[in-house]
Design a protein. Structure first.
Length: 104
């Protein structure tokens, strides 16, 4: 089983399940580890690129990613994401318009 981690950010407590399984994605999420990432207009690059992220997302595909308040974890984690962003850190995913990028 994974670990349950409580993360505090701007007085908001997030419950992150880092269990190492592939998480079922919500209706606005598509893709898999073998997909090419289709990004929204505010994202450029690919899983192998250094990714220029929108103002609430910084880092690169090979970095530990500093995510906005509704996206917490690192590229090496399997991250249980907020309701509109579901997947695992080892997946290459097509993300919704407000949370975009790629992990390894």
């Amino acid at each position: 089983m994974g670990r349950i981690t409580f993360l505090c950010n701007s007085s908001i407590v997030k419950l992150i399940d880092t269990t190492t399984y592939t998480v079922a994605r919500s209706a606005d999420m598509i893709g898999s580890a073998t997909d090419t990432v289709t990004r929204s207009t505010n994202m450029v690059g690919s899983a192998a690129d250094t990714v220029a992220r929108s103002t609430d997302m910084v880092g690169s595909a090979t970095d530990m990613v500093a995510r906005s308040t509704d996206m917490v974890g690192s590229a090496a984690d399997t991250v249980a994401r907020s309701t509109d962003m579901v997947g695992s850190a080892t997946d290459t995913v097509a993300r919704s318009t407000d949370m975009v990028g790629a992990t390894e």
